[in-house]
Design a binder for this molecule. Structure first.
Ligand code: NI
Length: 192
């Protein structure tokens, strides 16, 4: 192996209790804040009143090969923090893979939530998430993670290094369901 590959592919540590990855220069960390999530939640007025710097979710990613490499894999985690914009629970933006046939595994480490899955015809389905639930996200399926609990929802993920991300457009052609809090409980509502 070349020196660079050896460096990138040297093992990291995944903390199986928390889902966090080694403090290591090879791990990319990204926060998504309220201020960065324009038109993702339905209630833009409610979002506008919130602290723009508040973190909705954070991501750690290990790329042992270059982005776009065919046949490689990436490893990472996502933590969606508890909260809501209006009555809509905190969630990830959600995406299709740019290469539509690429699949992905999700493993819930802690917290409770819902995995929203949707095909190209906007037919949606929901999978409940709690510690240990292991989800196969098939190719051609958009996916989004929603925290419906009171504690952080953390998952580990493994996906192909050439999958890419194709985020859903905000209005009209986004996810066909939203997860809202009604009388303190999550409810799935249609989003035309
Ligand atoms: Ni994905």
């Amino acid at each position: 192996m070349e020196a660079d590959a050896q460096r990138l592919q040297h093992p990291i540590i995944t903390d199986l209790r928390t889902g966090s990855l080694s403090k290591d220069l090879r791990i990319d960390r990204t926060d998504r804040t309220i201020g960065q999530m324009q038109h993702v939640f339905l209630d833009e007025a409610a979002r506008g009143l919130m602290d723009a710097g508040r973190v909705v979710y954070s991501v750690e990613c290990w790329r042992p090969v270059e982005e776009g490499t065919e046949g490689g894999l990436f490893w990472g985690n996502t933590t969606v923090f508890p909260g809501a914009v209006g009555d809509e629970y905190f969630m990830t933006r959600g995406h299709f893979h740019s290469l539509r046939n690429r699949a992905e595994f999700y493993i819930t480490v802690s917290g409770t939530g819902m995995l929203v899955l949707m095909d190209a015809e906007r037919r949606a389905s929901i999978q409940e998430m709690s510690a240990g639930t292991t989800h196969y996200v098939a190719g051609f399926i958009a996916h989004r993670v929603v925290n419906t609990g009171d504690s952080p929802l953390t998952l580990l993920a493994c996906w192909p290094s050439d999958a890419g991300h194709d985020y859903l457009p905000p209005n009209g052609k986004g996810f066909s369901v939203r997860i809202v809090r009604e009388s303190g409980r999550p409810k799935v509502v249609a989003q035309p």
